[in-house]
Design a protein around this ligand. Structure first.
Ligand code: AMP
Length: 308
């Protein structure tokens, strides 16, 4: 457990919120922060399961996370958010070590966004025993992030299935920023027959177009200045796809991104948005997404855009 998290008592009450709604004033209950799975579960046992919306996060929260919580707030009676940096999805131990952790600021953001219950557990709370499950999602998790971050999606499936088991939400909210992750979660939910609706939420970007990410704060100044070139290129790629076939577009995207010497493309693929497999022609399927991963100095960034 990080030192910051231990400053929370198991269930801390945040200030009472007043919600103005059609000239009436409702008093919302104070947000509660839990470090104990058992205590959160006891609380959720007193709430209606069909009204639970859940947003899993790794913290260092920004406006992208906030948009998911606000959407969940609109669509659910009870909003649960988890803040947990899951070690099993990090294939790079250095990345895990440096992942930003800001629990106090996160609690503030979640309070403002309208969360009811927040779970900020230790690793031992989530994994009392090591999770040795090995998932296989066919071709969906073998490409792009799956191919370049071995074990990443297995760790994601482990933690999300464990969190679904704890929270038992009716709806769970995920950002399209992690486009392939949503396909993996859908496959997992189907495989494990978990009765939850997966809700996809659009990417939130900064004014310069860079997709918001907890890792952005780790970029040094030159790489932070270079990073908006990724989305600028993706936008241009949508236009270019009218004159180039998928293979030629891939070559163009790589050249264009790398015209900035601070950016190195890990992969770019135009994929079938359902199967995650690379398309050979723009007529292969209804929805095609251009997905990219870029190394910007020490930091790995991902982004995507709808091509068709
Ligand atoms: P993370 O904390 O990175 O695991 O992200 C938690 C959730 O927030 C995931 O469903 C992400 O896809 C989503 N998310 C992260 N960044 C953004 C963003 N810029 N816009 C929308 N959703 C996001």
């Amino acid at each position: 457990m990080s030192a910051g998290i231990s400053t929370f008592a198991p269930a801390i009450r945040f200030s009472v919120r007043r919600i103005h709604f059609q000239s009436e004033i409702f008093i919302r209950k104070a947000m509660k922060v839990f470090t104990s799975v058992k205590e959160l579960r006891a609380e959720l046992d007193r709430t209606e399961q069909s009204g639970i919306g859940f947003v899993p996060t790794m913290g260092a929260l920004h406006a992208g996370h906030r948009s998911l919580v606000e959407r969940a707030r609109k669509e659910n009676q009870t909003v649960v958010v988890s803040v947990f940096v899951n070690p099993t999805q990090f294939n790079d131990k250095n990345d895990l070590k440096h992942y930003p952790r800001t629990p106090e600021a996160d609690a503030q953001v979640l309070e403002e966004a309208g969360a009811d219950f927040v779970l900020m557990p230790s690793v031992e709370e989530i994994y009392p025993e090591p999770d040795t499950r090995v998932f296989d999602f066919g071709q969906i998790d073998k490409v792009m992030e799956g191919a370049t971050r071995p074990g990443h999606f297995n760790g994601v499936a482990q933690v999300v299935s464990r969190l679904f088991d704890i929270v038992r939400p009716a709806r769970a909210y995920f950002g399209e920023k992690d486009f392939q992750q949503i396909a993996v979660i859908r496959a997992m939910v189907e495989q494990l027959r978990i009765p939850v609706q997966i809700v996809e939420c659009p990417i939130v970007r900064g004014e310069d177009g860079l997709a918001l990410s907890s890792r952005n704060q780790l970029l040094d100044a030159p790489h932070r200045a270079a990073a908006p070139h990724i989305y600028a290129t993706l936008r241009q790629a949508v236009d270019k796809s009218r004159e180039l076939d998928p293979q030629a577009l891939k070559e163009w995207v790589v050249r264009e991104v790398e015209s900035n010497p601070l950016l190195k493309v890990i992969y770019y693929q135009s994929v079938n948005a359902r199967t995650m497999q690379e398309v050979q022609s723009w007529n292969d399927c209804d929805r095609i997404q251009g997905c990219i991963a870029v190394q910007a100095g020490e930091i790995r960034l991902i982004d995507n855009i709808r091509i068709r």
